[in-house]
Every structure is written in C-alpha cells, then in structure tokens.
Design a protein around this ligand. Structure first.
Ligand SMILES: NC(=O)c1ccc[n+]([C@@H]2O[C@H](COP(=O)([O-])OP(=O)(O)OC[C@H]3O[C@@H](n4cnc5c(N)ncnc54)[C@H](O)[C@@H]3O)[C@@H](O)[C@H]2O)c1
Length: 465
C-alpha cells in the first residue's frame, strides 16, 4: 500500500494529498536506510515524509557549498544551485516554484519576495547575519529562518592571534618595505608576545576561544563582559572596562553591535589604554570611533592597530575603500602601523564548510521533522523522534497566530486520537505547535489536516508521516 503524504498548505491554499509509490527510488532508498538503522539499534528514528520528496525543490544561491548540495540531494530533494545572487525581480519571478531557499548576504528576501513565495516553507542564511531577510514578514507567513552564527569563531580567534604577533613584530610593515625594494632589519619596538597581557572585551564564542589560544602562547589573559562568566584556564574577569584597558598590552574587541556598544572605544577609552598598547577590532565597525583611533595612533599613544570591520563596507570585491565610503579612509590607510583587512575574520574554507553543514542540517530537520530549534524569527520547538516501529504515527506541525483558544480548537480535532506528545511555544505574534498522534489511518490524515487548517488562527499546517 502506498503511504499517504499530506502536502503542507497555508490557510488560503486548498489541502491536497499525494501518494508516494513505495516503488519510487527515493522511497526505496529511505526504506533501506530505515531498515539498516533498525537492524543497528532497537529504537531508531523513523524518516518522516513531509511531501513527496522528488517534488520538494530547493533553490541555493550565492555559491553555497557543494557539501550542502550533496546533503540535500541525498535526502531526495531537487536542488537548483547558482553561484550568483538574485535580484528582487528575479526572485519574485522564480520563488513560487520552491519550498526552500538558501542564500548568503547579497540576496535580499523582502516582503515583496515573500508575497510571491506561495510554496516557501523555510529560509536558510548560509552566513552569520540575517539582516537580508524580512524576518517579521517571514514569521507571519509561517516561514522560519535559520543561520549559522558561531561556525567561524575559531577562524576569527586564529586571525586575532596572527594580528597580535604581526603587530608585536611589525612584520607586515617590513614585508611592505621589502616588496618595495627596501631592506630594513630592526628589533626596536618589536616584542615577543610571551608574558604580555591580552585584554578581551566580550568573552563569548570568539573571546573565550581566543583566551585559550593566547594562554598557549604564554600570554596573561584578562576579560571584561557584561555577564559574569566562568574563565577558561587562568584567564581573569575584571569588573570594569577601564581596568582592562589600563592593564592590557593588547586589547581585542568581541562584542556584538548593540546601542550600548556603539563607539564603545572612543577618545576617553583610548586614553585609558597603556601607552604603547595595541587595539584590535574584529567585532563590528561601529564599536570603535575611528577618527579618535587615528588621533591616538598619530600621537604615538598607541603603537598600532588591526581593523577588520568598518562602519561602512563595500558591497562587492573590487569596490573602492575610499573617503566616499568613510570620510577618514585615506587618513587611516596612510598610517603605517595599522593592519587593515576586508572583513575576513570568519572567512576560511573550514568556516564555510561548517556553515554549510549546520544550515543544511537545520533546513533538513525542519522539512523532515518539523524542528525549529535554532530559528532566529520563530518559536523554537522540537519533539523526540518518532521511531521506526511507530508506523501509524503522524506528526502535526501547526504554525498559528498567537491568540487565546487555539490549543482548545486544535485539541478538539485531535481528541479522537491518542496524542503521544505535544509541545507548543510562541514568539511575538507567532506560535508553533508540534504534536505526535498515534493510530492514524491513511484516510484520517487528510481529514485531520483539513480540520486543523480550518481553525481560525491557522497560518500553516503540515502533517509528516
Ligand atoms: N570579523 C568577522 O569576520 C567576524 C566573524 C564572526 C563574528 N564577528 C563579530 O564578533 C563579535 C563577537 O562574536 P561572538 O560570536 O563571540 O559573539 P557572542 O554573542 O558569542 O559573544 C559576545 C559577548 O559579548 C558580551 N557583551 C555584550 N555586550 C557587551 C558590552 N557592552 N560589554 C562587554 N561585553 C558585552 C556578551 O555578554 C557575550 O559574552 C560579534 O560582533 C560578531 O558580529 C566578526
């Protein structure tokens, strides 16, 4: 007998049932996969089918890693891959064919694009930020958005270590001179980093990783954070930013961009730094008041700086980094003791591959299991997997408006069945309910779905079987 699969629909779209033939190659592959899992352990998760997998289409833009493409194809999804971003007009024309889209930072998912995205179930940002997506409109359309905020922490921490040594040894300046034909061997103003103090502002994913690396180089580590945190190794948390600034030979910033962190390092803070100290910013451009930094470098109060992030950054490679972009660009560029890099802190092959793995995993878990754990704009809900032995179980994934009375209505629909597990959460105007129902016949599935779809707060209901 073929397994009935409910196609998800938003409240305005007519419900439909599609049968997957067990003889289809995807289904056979999934059955074989389930069988091999069953033989390996007693209680293995069952592979759920959100829609007929051959019809589930994913659009991956901006050269998302081939590992992610392979992972999606292995799930039986149809993948269209492009190395380029798409304009709003192109997206409006094409998006209605797709159930999922993967982008990086250049493709903008606007309200207009979302209005045209009649089948879209989920958005994956294969990067750190999600500013390029209209998160609120996506949530209201029942579309969770996933990203990968911490996959490049190690890459940033390693870059900072390299910058500390480069600043201490001035080798970027020596290299520049030698490339211009000048031999200039010197030790004045060049230091080992062993025994020096590193002050870390923001002891989160990157700051704490860096702390461990710096201690391995023999540095003493102080950190300042608004939260009280367990120090790693022999690092020590200090009470105030000024204490950290006045005791550190190198100060490195790893805080998010928030109203409180704008110009967090300005003339006053720079004057509190030790004479001859160095400042490193790989966090966000607006955290440092750059004209004040330029003055501190020109006066000789600071010995050097490394800057990877800027208040305004060019949109594409090859674009100029000039005074039209930031009024102080040419002055900053003229300083010898400054390392300037084009926001490369997290840009490594390893970070890209981890981002691909994490975001493709999140999209697959949402499409196949309904889990929204890690979504940035959605309530985070997950349920224990349905096991392979639970053949007649159905998972209800119900996105609805967060208003009173919804659970009563939905539970009325579910009341003839044995609800094995159920979990619901809300975020702002959006709520999400997951429920696993036992003993559901293939005929009941369609009716169940139609009834939940007809409840007045319904945004999107999917049944996974
Ligand atoms: N250069 C790059 O390519 C690159 C790559 C990744 C991340 N980043 C940036 O690095 C920064 C840190 O990233 P993360 O992953 O470590 O973030 P995180 O959220 O893990 O850690 C940030 C830490 O800063 C602390 N903090 C917040 N406000 C503070 C304040 N006012 N004073 C002191 N501490 C404060 C938080 O409590 C937290 O411990 C972010 O701005 C991120 O955008 C840059």
């Amino acid at each position: 007998m073929s397994a009935p699969i409910a196609i998800p629909s938003r409240s305005s779209v007519a419900p439909a049932i599609v049968s997957i033939s067990p003889s289809s190659s995807v289904d056979r592959r999934l059955q074989q996969h389930s069988l091999s899992l069953v033989s390996a352990s007693v209680r293995q998760p069952k592979t759920l089918h959100p829609v007929e997998n051959e019809d589930l289409r994913l659009l991956l833009l901006e050269n998302i890693s081939q590992d992610a493409v392979a992972a999606f194809r292995a799930q039986g999804f149809q993948v269209d891959h492009s190395t380029k971003a798409m304009s709003e007009d192109e997206l409006v024309e094409k998006i209605s064919q797709y159930h999922a889209i993967g982008i990086r930072s250049k493709t903008k998912i606007t309200e207009r694009v979302l209005k045209a995205a009649s089948k879209l179930l989920v958005i994956g940002c294969f990067c750190i930020g999600t500013n390029q997506v209209d998160l609120l409109t996506a949530a209201k359309a029942g579309i969770p958005v996933f990203n990968s905020p911490f996959s490049n922490s190690r890459s940033v921490a390693e870059l900072v270590i390299s910058e500390i040594i480069a600043l201490a040894r001035q080798y970027f300046e020596r290299s520049f001179e030698l490339r211009n034909g000048l031999w200039n061997k010197q030790s004045k103003g060049c230091w080992e980093i062993r025994g020096k103090t590193l002050g870390i502002v923001g002891y989160g994913h990157i700051g704490s990783q860096l702390s461990v690396l710096a201690e391995a180089f023999g540095m003493r580590v102080l950190f300042y954070d608004v939260v009280n945190l367990m120090p790693l190794g022999s690092a020590r948390q200090v009470e105030t930013l000024s204490t950290l600034l006045s005791q550190s030979d190198f100060v490195t910033l790893h805080v998010p961009e928030l109203p409180e962190t704008l110009d967090m390092i300005s003339a006053t803070e720079l004057s509190q730094m030790k004479k001859g100290a160095y400042l490193i910013n790989n966090a966000r451009g607006k955290v440092v008041d750059i004209p004040a930094l330029v003055s501190a470098l020109k006066s000789g109060h600071l010995s050097g700086a490394a800057i990877d992030v800027f208040p305004a950054e060019p949109g594409a490679n090859g674009a100029p980094f000039d005074d039209a972009l930031n009024p102080w660009s040419s002055e900053l560029r003229s300083l010898k003791n400054v390392i300037l890099t084009p926001h490369i802190g997290g840009s490594t092959e390893e970070a890209q591959s981890m981002i691909g793995e994490e975001v493709s995993g999140a999209l697959t878990r949402y499409l196949n299991q309904g889990s929204t754990m890690g979504a940035v704009n959605f309530p985070e809900v997950d349920l224990r997997a349905i096991t392979a032995e639970q053949g007649d179980h159905v998972r209800v994934c119900h996105v609805h408006v967060n208003q009173p009375g919804v659970l009563r209505q939905v539970n009325e629909v579910l009341s003839p069945y044995n609800v094995e597990k159920q979990y619901s959460d809300s975020k702002g105007d959006i709520a999400y309910l997951m429920a696993d129902i036992a003993d559901v016949s293939s005929r009941d599935i369609n009716r169940l779905r139609e009834q939940i779809n007809a409840t007045n707060a319904n945004i999107l209901t999917r049944l996974l079987a």
